[in-house]
Design a protein around this ligand. Structure first.
Ligand SMILES: *Cc1c(COP(=O)(O)O)cnc(C)c1O
Length: 360
């Protein structure tokens, strides 16, 4: 069976060379006579795997030395609580931008631990745009400002970061980490569930400025305290060993391609091709404001539910799978993460053109 073009929003497509490499060392990892899954996380072999993964990520994201890189569990959604439990300690309040379902959930969770001020929201139009903010809108006494850099469900993303002054910026970067260059020093904390651009589900990457760690609320569970994981090199408990190994292979793959800037170029080309088609189509249309379009998740619709269903069914027959949009948006969504080859995007566009001709 040839590999499908998997446009799933997550878990999502992984680079084929990474899967091949993992397959080749699945049963016998580099002469160890066992799989990575069977290794002690305290073994020297595993130590080199986790340290190698961290070193590669530091290299490709140019992470400054005053940041910890942590590999934790619980998915991005555990970070909704963890961020508040660790950072909401001084004035017990934080500013949030509400740009989608994930932001909303982050807001609801943070409210358990302190005062949440929703500075701006795009909920009025079902999150079709990124609300503009100015520096004076943020509370200088807030413990942090939280944003979702890329809104996976709605297909919007921040093209520039809000001006938060000295207040640390915290970013849920689950669906666009490693898709384009990011200046890590602009953030106090970045987190991302692995299952979009990093690797298999089960690992969450946290990149946190060292001075923000160590002030967790008294009742913060040990496993939710960043200090616990920072002190133990992400080995306080048994880490998700295989997921971290896979993430390491993905980071290596990115390095070999020429780094994040090389991916950024391809990602922008892929996204531009889809948007150009949508803008010129008489049948298909995009659902978000042009200036805030994501280069990772592209939602689009046809004029009727019947046509949406027909498109999804015919696409599936041709090997373009998981194109159904989120239930709150309807229609379709093509998630075109790092691992989606440019060829897959061009073939999808060709099929959309054909569909338009056949159904006009
Ligand atoms: C997928 C996603 C999440 C949820 O991640 P889990 O790991 O399932 O908790 C949160 N935020 C964003 C932006 C996402 O894309």
């Amino acid at each position: 069976m040839p590999r499908k073009y998997n446009f799933s929003a997550g878990p999502s497509i992984l680079p084929e060379p990474v899967l091949q490499k993992a397959a080749s060392e699945l049963v016998d990892y580099r002469g160890q006579g066992m799989s990575v899954m069977e290794m002690s996380h305290r073994s020297p072999e595993y130590k080199s795997i986790i340290e190698g993964a961290e070193a590669s990520l530091r290299e490709i994201m140019a992470i400054p030395a005053n940041y910890y890189v942590l590999f934790v569990q619980g998915g991005a959604q555990s970070q909704f609580a963890m961020v508040a439990l660790n950072l909401m300690h001084k004035h017990k309040k934080a500013d949030y931008l509400n740009t989608g379902q994930w932001s909303k959930k982050a807001i609801a969770e943070a409210k358990r631990y302190g005062t949440v001020n929703v500075v701006a929201s795009s909920e009025d139009t079902t999150f079709t745009y990124i609300p503009q903010t100015t520096a004076d809108m943020f509370d200088p006494q807030a413990d942090y400002v939280h944003i979702t850099t890329n809104n996976t469900i709605y297909g919007t993303c921040f093209k520039s970061l809000p001006e938060t002054g000295d207040v640390p910026l915290v970013a849920d970067m689950s669906s666009n980490i490693l898709s384009e260059r990011m200046d890590v020093s602009k953030f106090g904390l970045i987190y991302a569930g692995a299952q979009k651009n990093i690797g298999p589900a089960g690992v969450t990457v946290v990149i946190v400025r060292k001075d923000l760690v160590g002030n967790a609320l008294d009742f913060c569970p040990t496993m939710f305290n960043y200090q616990t994981h920072a002190d133990a090199g992400s080995m306080y408990n048994t880490p998700p060993t295989y997921g971290i190994y896979m993430a390491g292979l993905v980071f290596e793959w990115i390095k070999e391609l020429g780094g994040v800037s090389a991916l950024e170029m391809v990602n922008k080309r892929k996204a531009a091709a889809v948007y150009e088609f949508l803008d010129n189509s008489e049948l298909f249309s995009g659902t978000v404001v042009a200036g805030d379009r994501s280069i990772m998740n592209v939602p689009f619709i046809l004029p009727t539910d019947e046509l949406n269903a027909k498109f999804i069914a015919e696409a599936k027959e041709l090997g373009f799978v998981n194109l159904k949009g989120h239930r709150t948006v309807g229609g379709m969504r093509a998630s075109i993460y790092n691992a989606m080859p440019e060829e897959g995007v061009m073939k999808l566009i060709a099929f959309m053109k054909q569909f338009e001709t056949d159904n006009r």
